[in-house]
Design a protein around this ligand. Structure first.
Ligand code: ADP
Length: 358
């Protein structure tokens, strides 16, 4: 099809000037011979021009058709992609989401995990092992590029480890159907994804069946109820391109309300508090404490305040775990964490980003 439409386009580009020149040369000769009038030649040229318009449309339709066929080809490619998990090792009838949440406690065992990104040449994680009891909060710290996000990507099952395994309550994540595992998982990232629609729909994104009262309760727990009630249409206020624009802090609290409503067992949190004003940050921190209660949490930490209270602090360097312990233990040990901590406290006594502090 590509060659066919390219051929037509090329022929068209050559044909138009050649045909026009031929008509003028041939018609001019006929006029000199007295067999044609100038008026007849002019009329013929005019009709020819009128014919060219529709023919041009036909040619451009051919190249439009070619683009559409290429897009259709890609659609077929996506439809032909194998499912993320074929369910071969899954029980015959997976329990409904709510039941799945109750079945799993949320204990995670990361066992000798190494990982290279698909198509990548360099191993990014090297033999990472970690035991996280259910309901514990793990803070991941380390300089930019040390592998914090990659480890969270593996816990979220966006990728499978190249070697080693991640176990949830003793079951290899590999054998849990992706859909069921995702229903146990909540992710609050720096870039909050909100779609054009009402605030209520955005909060209920992961729980379509949620009642209005549940949406409201989640917003209250996320410190979002107050600003939502301030809008004329409250929870039905449309946000996004065609609606009300929210501040960064407000978006974060909507994302936290969404995660609260989804009620995940495992929570991955990429802290984003650096660009917010103090009041917003305080409200978000309180909402996060509410969200993290009773869940197994992995926090990519940028601020010391969250780390201090984490059950376990994990220091990653070049894809390896170099230190683990509580804040007090690591300070007493006097290693890498303490040096990071000291580097972060500037003369004014304010925290700087951990990523930059190392
Ligand atoms: P951190 O979150 O600690 O800043 P990352 O996990 O993002 O670190 O990155 C760890 C390493 O993996 C880096 O060297 C980075 O370049 C590489 N990396 C991250 N994402 C990808 C990707 N999608 N493909 C290939 N390499 C990646």
């Amino acid at each position: 099809v590509w060659w066919w439409s390219r051929g037509i386009e090329m022929a068209w580009m050559l044909l138009v000037p050649t045909a026009s020149a031929a008509v003028l040369v041939y018609g001019g000769n006929r006029i000199l011979d007295g067999q044609l009038t100038i008026g007849a030649l002019m009329a013929f040229s005019m009709y020819l021009l009128m014919l060219l318009g529709p023919m041009e449309v036909l040619v451009s339709t051919a190249s439009g058709l070619q683009n559409s066929l290429a897009a259709w080809d890609r659609c077929l490619d996506i439809l032909a992609e194998p499912r993320e998990f074929d369910g071969a090792a899954a029980p015959a009838a997976p329990p409904p989401d709510g039941q799945a949440r109750r079945l799993f406690r949320g204990e995670l065992d990361i066992h000798e995990v190494s990982f290279t990104y698909p198509g990548g040449t360099q191993e990014v994680l090297h033999g990472v092992s970690l035991h996280v009891p259910a309901g514990h909060t793990v803070a991941l710290v380390g300089h930019s590029g040390s592998g914090k996000t990659t480890l969270c990507n593996l816990i979220a099952r966006f990728y499978d480890p190249t070697s080693g395994a991640i176990l949830l309550d003793g079951t290899d994540l590999h054998t849990i159907p992706a859909e069921r595992y995702r229903s146990l998982l909540g992710i609050v990232e720096q870039d909050v994804f909100l779609f054009d629609g009402s605030i209520a729909d955005n909060i209920a994104y992961g729980r379509r069946d949620a009642a209005e009262a549940q949406v409201r309760a989640a917003a209250q727990a996320a410190n979002a109820h107050e600003f939502i009630s301030g809008f004329d249409k409250g929870y039905q206020t449309v946000i996004g391109e065609r609606g009300v624009r929210l501040s960064g802090g407000q978006k974060q609290r909507i994302a936290i309300a969404r995660a609260l409503l989804a009620d995940p067992r495992i929570l991955i949190l990429d802290e984003a508090t650096s660009s917010l004003d103090t009041e917003s940050e305080r409200l978000i921190q309180r909402a996060l404490v509410e969200l993290m209660r009773g869940r197994t949490c992995f926090v990519i930490a940028h601020r010391l305040s969250t780390i201090r209270h984490a059950d376990l602090i994990v220091v990653l360097e070049h894809g390896k775990i170099t230190e683990t312990g509580t804040h007090d233990e690591l300070v007493t040990a006097g290693g890498r964490y303490l040096r990071m901590l000291q580097a972060q406290i500037d003369p004014l006594g304010t925290d700087r980003s951990l990523d930059r502090g190392m």
